[in-house]
Ligand binder design. Structure first.
Ligand code: CA
Length: 243
């Protein structure tokens, strides 16, 4: 594939070992990779180079990754996947709420990273809405089908009888399959800006949803919990790997 057709990934990482590792792996997987070790150079590259996806370390020598997310989001929707050693749930939720698309905690596997990149790129191509949903009004993952026209969720063709609120939660996650949506984001999307920030109601809904849609609610395969951060719907190619 010629360079012009390759998708461009900007890696913002001051640890040279990790930067090199990412560069080698992503190049081997067909991406055109540029690495920046500082926030300043990263911001310049984002405007001059127009990457298709940004992998961002939060702890940079000249600025905090959060500042970069805020600045980038003031003018572009380019997907940002945060890669950080920070494991605090509040850090993750904060980065996602500032506009990052996804969050990976070091160490992570290349397989996982590639899956997250594919999900992020797919979302830009379909302008943050799943292409299948736009075309057919449905989202399929494994045996699950979210029908946006009928407002129903089916598994193996059987209606899972979700309540309207349960459907709205599944519908929202399905529209952003592969991406972690924070509790705050989900609450705001479903119940407006004045929604309570109490996650308890969401947890109750999710327990009911899982009882209905998951073959084994204790080991979900469709909707995953990012503890203390939010929920993520599996994407179809992820199910393929499991089967
Ligand atoms: Ca760092």
């Amino acid at each position: 594939m010629s360079n012009a057709l390759k998708e461009k990934i900007l890696v913002v990482e001051d640890d040279r070992g990790i930067g090199k590792f990412l560069c080698t792996n992503l190049s081997a997987n067909g991406y055109d990779v540029v690495v920046s070790e500082t926030g300043k150079v990263a911001l310049e590259l984002i405007s001059s180079h127009c990457p298709d996806c940004i992998l961002l370390d939060l702890g940079l020598p000249d600025m905090d990754g959060d500042q970069i997310i805020q600045q980038v989001r003031s003018w572009t929707r380019t997907p940002i996947i945060v890669i950080s050693a920070r494991t605090l749930e509040t850090d993750k939720a904060n980065a996602l709420d500032l506009g990052a698309d996804d969050y990976l905690t070091k160490p992570f596997s290349t397989v996982e990273l590639l899956a997250r990149i594919r999900a992020a790129l797919r979302h830009t191509r379909t302008s943050s809405e799943n292409g299948e949903i736009a075309m057919q009004g449905t989202f399929h993952v494994g045996e699950l089908c979210v029908d946006y026209r009928k407002h129903r969720v089916f598994r193996s063709g059987q209606d899972m009888n979700l309540t309207p609120n349960e459907f709205r939660i599944v519908a929202l996650l399905g529209m952003h399959a592969g991406q972690v949506l924070t509790y705050k984001h989900i609450l705001r999307e479903l119940w407006g800006p004045s929604a309570s920030s109490d996650n308890k109601i969401l947890r109750v809904h999710m327990a009911n949803i899982r009882r209905k849609i998951e073959p084994n609610p204790d080991e979900p395969i469709y909707i995953f919990t990012e503890v203390g951060v939010g929920y993520r719907m599996a994407q179809p190619d992820e199910m393929g790997q499991q089967n």
